[in-house]
Design a protein around this ligand. Structure first.
Ligand code: ADP
Ligand code: ZN
Length: 793
């Protein structure tokens, strides 16, 4: 038999498959991860086909080894990788690796091992074997060469198996419960540990086998267990233990649906039963009970013996949401998102692959969860930009979900209070089916929303961030012991440093961006590349002392809140306070339990939170994203305000929302105030039509980057000419132009935007450009193709 393999070789990115002969003693299937000889090296790859014969006339090389017990990829995922690669201009290998949990992506590595006892005493080998890919210091490289020359070290190729299972000792009784009782009677009073063990065996026999952890928890020492094994009371076995990211929660029962919910559910369930791959757009105002519809639809799929996949944006993948799903489906649920430890993700992923979990809740990349026999896919908050991955492979979870729904003949629900224009337009055309929930589930009124025009208000504090009306409203809620959520979509203290003498603005040395002042760490930080330096005391340019820190961020607002409401407890939630694992959960739990009065945060607090005691939501500055040079800046602003407004008044207390803005007349803001999605949709569609923007046109962005600006520009113009030769009106080719942020991480960016309605040959042409890009790589040029970019920088 012969295997077709996609190899993982960074410098040799290509979608070409290589054929290898499968030795008789290896069990190879589609989706197996394997090691193969490649030139003079050994590399890792994935089997994408197995066949009987080959057209190749020479001698095929043997496949060397199969890495995993079970092929990590299913035939479905292998087929998906092929279609997706064509669609999004990514190499198949990058997609195949994205489908796996991080620990399984590790490649075959060159590792230096000691070859003589003398070498082993060298500090170079103090820890693990030396990974040659990580050696950068010239001094060390020289040392390695010397060692190799003298024969004191050798190079080996190893699969770096980071994916480790957690094994635990488990004890099986070799006696009956009655035997145990008898022995217990005969055992001396002084052997108290042994008596404890025997008593537990006699009394709790049904609960065995028990793990070492459980038994030592009962106060039985390891020595006693060892003795019990040698006396043949117990047998010790090594067993794998899954690292579970979630704790069991109390079960919940389905709610009685209201008419709108029931109608939506019955429409979806018809297609679950009928195995129809229909996409539904579930448009429901915040608090309308979309989640309950999802849960009951999942139940229906499970009842038919099928599985279900539910995607939630990373930032709203709150413990609240996970608990709701767990409460309904218990142990059947697996969770996949980036806050899990590597071990947890590996274990959850394997529970899914082995068919031990039937419901998956996860963030973007969970769309590749290896579930078999899907009966339903759900994408909650479908409008979220984070469903598109913004580096390679640039896939959109929605498109992958549509592909999988066709493969499995199952429905897909896209849910949102503020659907993306693209999805809503498709529903309008009948490509998706529109389902609406117009009222809130508990028939609470939508909160009252006021706009505060920052041009005409008085400010309450010394930082000019909080207006008097907002401060008064906060004060009232605090007096009533109710809670407040405040949104400011900008972290740090001040977002730029300006010299009043010479006008100098401190910028990142690697990026064309001003540095943000962080007061807690007293650093200036680049929010793009992470560069940091100490806060300057004098202007680095003219050495004057008159430097000012302008603009605002969550840290500054927190200071102002503390000054205005000295009695209130304030929690801040942004990237800086949630870096540590588990801190996100901790903040939300403590706020939910009423341990703080005010939750101040960036967009991560805007979505999906359901706190009954929150009655006031304030938006500190609604304009932060409004003037970004992006065709969808209005859509993003409308959606963020509507979402955060939906956090107020979710229980029986009436909610209030206050939005501070310098642009109260901008349609995105005053329609968000009215929470009028329909009007916003109509207005924004006109704007898009006038500007030839999506969803009227498809877009693809070609960006060229290089350390040297002229090189990037030259290559971009070359690509433009190539596109111009082949493409005709109504296709529009814009650029090349420097990106809005023209320099990032020391690379200059030039961009070409292609807008098109129908272009038969465009895909092929872009693939050609992508292949040429491989050749110019050696001149330090990077060409990237982004189909339907979320953001045109
Ligand atoms: P959405 O996701 O649409 O914003 P949620 O699913 O969070 O709304 O629902 C809002 C609240 O209404 C939740 O507290 C939920 O438990 C409750 N709810 C949903 N459906 C019903 C129902 N049929 N009867 C009573 N309460 C419901
Ligand atoms: Zn930077």
């Amino acid at each position: 038999m012969i295997a077709e393999v996609i190899v993982d070789v960074a410098a040799h990115q290509t979608d070409r498959v290589f054929e290898y002969h499968i030795p008789d003693d290896l069990e190879v299937e589609i989706g197996s991860r394997v090691v193969v000889p490649f030139g003079r090296r050994k590399v890792q790859g994935f089997v994408v086909a197995v066949k009987k014969s080959s057209d190749f006339t020479g001698q095929l090389k043997d496949l060397l080894l199969v890495v995993d017990e079970m092929p990590p990829l299913t035939p479905e995922l292998v087929a998906l990788s092929s279609d997706l690669a064509r669609q999004i201009f990514a190499y198949r290998i990058s997609i195949l690796k994205t489908m796996l949990p991080g620990v399984m992506r590790a490649n075959y590595r060159k590792i230096l091992l000691p070859n003589s006892p003398r070498a082993e005493q060298m500090p170079l080998f103090a820890g693990d074997p030396v990974d040659l890919a990580n050696l950068e210091e010239p001094r060390l490289i020289k040392l390695v060469k010397q060692l190799l020359n003298k024969g004191e070290a050798r190079i080996e190729y190893l699969v770096e198996n980071k994916a480790k299972k957690k094994m635990v000792s488990v004890y099986y009784p070799l006696l009956s419960a009655a035997d145990c009782q008898e022995i217990l009677l005969e055992t001396r009073k002084t052997a108290s540990q042994q008596r404890k063990l025997l008593a537990d065996l006699a009394g709790d026999f049904a609960a065995y086998p028990k793990s070492r952890e459980e038994l030592t928890g009962l106060g039985i020492s390891s020595a006693t267990l060892k003795a019990a094994v040698s006396k043949k009371w117990l047998q010790e076995k090594d067993q794998e233990k899954y690292r579970r990211p979630t704790k069991p929660v109390a079960p919940s029962r389905p709610l009685d649906l209201n008419d709108e919910q029931a109608a939506a559910l019955s429409r979806v369930s018809q297609d679950i039963k009928g195995r129809v791959s229909q996409t539904f757009l579930l448009e429901g105002v915040t608090g309308s009970g979309k989640t309950e519809v999802y849960l009951q639809a999942i139940s229906q799929a499970l009842a038919l013996g099928r599985t279900a996949l539910m995607l939630v944006p990373e930032i709203s993948l709150t413990p609240q949401m996970v608990k709701q799903v767990q409460a309904r489906f218990g142990q059947q649920v697996a969770v996949l998102h980036s806050a899990l430890s590597e071990g947890e993700r590996y274990d959850e992923w394997r529970r899914i692959r082995r068919g031990q979990a039937q419901v998956v809740v996860g963030a973007r990349s969970a769309v590749f969860a290896p579930l078999d026999n899907l009966g339903l896919i759900i994408i909650d908050e479908e409008h979220e930009g984070s469903y598109k991955q913004d580096n390679n492979p640039r896939y959109h979870a929605r498109d992958v979900a549509i592909w999988r729904s066709r493969y499995h003949h199952c429905p897909l629900i896209l849910g949102s209070a503020t659907p993306s224009l693209a999805s809503r337009a498709r529903a309008q055309k009948g490509v998706y089916q529109l389902l609406r929930l117009k009222k809130r589930a508990k028939s609470q009124p939508l909160p009252r929303v006021d706009l505060l025009d920052l041009k005409h208000v008085q400010f309450a504090g010394s930082q000019f961030d909080i207006s008097c009306p907002l401060a008064e409203a906060i004060q009232k809620r605090l007096e009533k012991k109710e809670q407040v959520i405040l949104l400011l979509n900008r972290r740090g203290f001040a977002n730029f440093m300006l010299c009043r003498n010479c006008g100098f603005v401190l910028k990142c040395p690697n990026c064309d961006l001003s540095l943000t002042m962080h007061k807690d760490t007293w650093t200036m930080q680049c929010h793009y590349c992470g560069y940091q330096e100490a806060v300057p005391e004098i202007c680095p340019n003219c050495r004057d002392r008159q430097i000012r820190f302008l603009g605002t961020g969550t840290q500054k607002v927190q200071e102002e809140l503390a000054e205005l409401f000295p009695q209130a407890k304030i929690i801040r939630m942004d990237v800086d306070t949630t870096r540590r694992k588990g801190s996100y959960d901790k903040i939300l739990t403590s706020f939910g339990q009423g341990e703080a009065d005010i939750l101040l945060g960036t967009q991560m607090i805007a979505k999906g939170l359901d706190f009954p005691n929150v009655t006031l939501v304030g938006v500190i500055n609604a304009d932060t994203g409004l003037w970004l040079p992006d065709y969808n800046a209005s859509e993003r602003t409308f959606e963020l305000i509507t979402q955060v407004a939906g956090r107020a008044g979710r229980a029986d207390k009436e909610g209030q929302v206050m939005i501070q803005t310098y642009n109260p007349d901008h349609y995105a803001i005053h329609l968000a105030q009215k929470q009028d999605y329909e009007l916003f949709y109509a207005k924004e569609m006109r704007v898009r039509h006038a500007g030839d923007y999506p969803p009227y046109f498809y877009t693809v962005l070609v960006s060229v980057s290089a350390k040297n600006e002229q090189n990037a520009a030259r290559e971009a113009f070359k690509i433009k000419r190539q596109l111009q030769r082949e493409l005709r009106a109504p296709t529009i080719i814009l650029g090349p132009a420097p990106a809005t942020i023209s320099r990032l991480k020391s690379q200059y960016y030039y961009q070409i935007l292609v807008k098109y309605k129908r272009e038969k040959h465009l895909n092929e042409l872009l693939h050609q450009i992508q292949d040429q890009a491989q050749e110019v790589k050696k001149y330090g040029l990077t060409v990237e193709i982004d189909s339907e970019p979320e953001r045109i920088m």
